[in-house]
Design a protein around this ligand. Structure first.
Ligand SMILES: [Fe+2]
Length: 178
């Protein structure tokens, strides 16, 4: 099976709920991509959004765990798997979307609006960023796209929204292969 078919079948077969939420992981990722489309983002970023939590699919399937990591760093596990197939511009925002949350959480108002599940995972992910790390992050080539991805990620938890099928993203996925 080629990689795009494999990815499509993961979306179709995965019925697990997004952590602490009431929609499935697949629905959550598709909603994230749809928000990026609505905001007229680049096709690279739309593809990043679509794949941003792919690491969770891998974590749930131990057979595919290339590298056993106890703390379950889903962004690293996802990228480690995807980097064999996808271009860098798609991968980098995925790699940094957790960092983006740690960056944004520096703002009191943002932190307060995080869901309980998200506050708990923030702690596990290293907590709020300090000033030095935040400045370094701002200089990262993919800083803005990572922040955008993170914001779409947070809004992509709506119940009962009519969403696209993963098949509608097949051409996009193919176009971003190495
Ligand atoms: Fe997410």
């Amino acid at each position: 099976m080629n990689i795009v078919n494999k990815i499509i079948s993961s979306y179709l077969n995965n019925r697990s709920l997004y952590i602490g939420e009431k929609i499935t992981m697949s629905e959550h990722m598709i909603q994230t991509a749809m928000l990026a489309e609505k905001a007229k983002c680049s096709t690279n970023l739309i593809c990043s959004c679509l794949l941003h939590d792919y690491g969770h699919f891998i974590l749930e399937n131990p057979d595919e765990l290339v590298n056993k990591m106890e703390d379950g760093k889903h962004e690293d596990i996802g990228c480690e798997f995807l980097e064999k197939y996808f271009i860098r511009e798609v991968l980098e925002p995925i790699k940094y979307h957790v960092k983006a949350k740690r960056y944004l959480a520096r703002e009191e108002k943002y932190y307060r609006l995080l869901s309980e599940a998200s506050k708990i995972s923030l702690k596990l992910q290293g907590g709020v960023m300090d000033k030095k790390e935040a400045e370094e992050f701002e200089n990262n080539e993919f800083f803005l796209d990572s922040i955008k991805l993170r914001k779409f990620d947070e809004s992509a938890k709506r119940l009962g929204l009519k969403i696209k099928t993963i098949h509608e993203y097949e051409k996009l996925l193919i176009s971003k292969l190495i």
